[in-house]
Design a protein around this ligand. Structure first.
Ligand code: BV8
Length: 227
């Protein structure tokens, strides 16, 4: 079966990384307009670098959980063709052994030159004085902020067009275009499943849903797929 999986912050929650919109989430204490928009970055690059420095440190200290491991197991088994798309900017899928992970919102482990688009591995701590090693332009985290075009959309849309099953895991279904993937999958006749702590904004668009912590719900689903 061709399976497209979309993950959100909820799959990394039990690894200790914050989600955005839950109680105590990252957007509760800070305003996304200041931290996740190009305007916010040009207004106060130090604030934005501090935000990503804090999250980069958390990711380095975090470990993949049973949900990340289960998806890597599903992919490695080989009986199903699994395309793994994530909105997350952490590398926990890769550290659990997943391959070809599509980071549609980028990854804060890579630095991007705002002038020439050169990319290089992000140091643990980035600061406004950091410049591009190629052209001395302004360095920023290689993440997709609001109003910016998500990465690899052509690859994602063609994977959705050819899939038999679309599964969304640990995402609130609030941010587009990711939140609209269930519609694309449904239109092409795929089955759809939501695995989440609780029903997301688009829950009614999924053919089925299973709710509970990802470290329980995801391995149970993968065991069924590999039975
Ligand atoms: C674009 C940066 C166009 C990286 C982020 C009006 C209507 C519709 C759309 C729009 C609109 N106005 C503006 C827009 C577009 C906008 C958008 O969708 N806004 C929304 C808010 C209305 N989208 C954009 O701007 C996107 N770009 O559209 O570009 C374009 C086209 C051409 C050319 C140029 C431009 C860009 C969107 C990306 C923004 N970047 N972050 C970072 O810092 O990480 S957004 C941020 O939200 C993250 O990327 C995150 O991945 C994403 C989604 O959040 P979730 O992952 O779902 O996390 P959340 O906290 O919301 O939910 C957690 C879930 O986990 C919950 O369901 C919870 O129940 C569950 N959970 C919790 N614990 C557990 C659990 N599940 C399982 N187990 C647990 N233990």
């Amino acid at each position: 079966m061709n399976i497209v999986i979309l993950t959100g912050a909820g799959i990394s929650a039990e690894s200790g990384l914050g989600t955005f919109r839950d109680k105590g989430g990252l957007w509760e204490t800070a305003d996304w307009r200041d931290l996740a928009t190009p305007e916010g970055f040009s207004r106060d690059p130090g604030l934005v670098h501090d935000f990503y420095n804090m999250r980069r440190a958390r990711v380095r200290a975090a470990r993949p959980n049973a949900a990340h491991a289960a998806l890597a197991r599903l992919q490695a088994d080989g009986r199903h063709a699994v395309t793994l798309v994530t909105q997350n900017v952490d590398d926990l899928h890769e550290r659990a052994g997943a391959a070809g992970v599509i980071h549609m919102h980028g990854t804060h482990l890579v630095a991007l030159c705002a002038a020439c688009a050169h990319r290089w591995p992000a140091p643990d701590q980035m600061a406004p004085a950091d410049t591009c090693p190629e052209c001395r332009g302004t360095a920023r985290p290689d993440v997709v902020w609001f109003g910016e075009q998500p990465y690899h959309m052509d690859m994602i849309v063609s994977a959705l067009a050819g899939c038999d099953l679309f599964v969304a895991i640990g995402t609130s279904g609030v941010v587009y275009p990711a939140a609209g993937f269930v519609e694309i999958a449904t239109r092409t006749g795929a089955d759809t499943l939501e695995l989440n702590l609780e029903p997301g904004e688009r829950a009614s668009d999924f053919a089925a849903g299973r709710f509970g912590p990802a470290t329980q719900v995801v391995p149970a689903w993968v065991d069924e797929m590999l039975a």
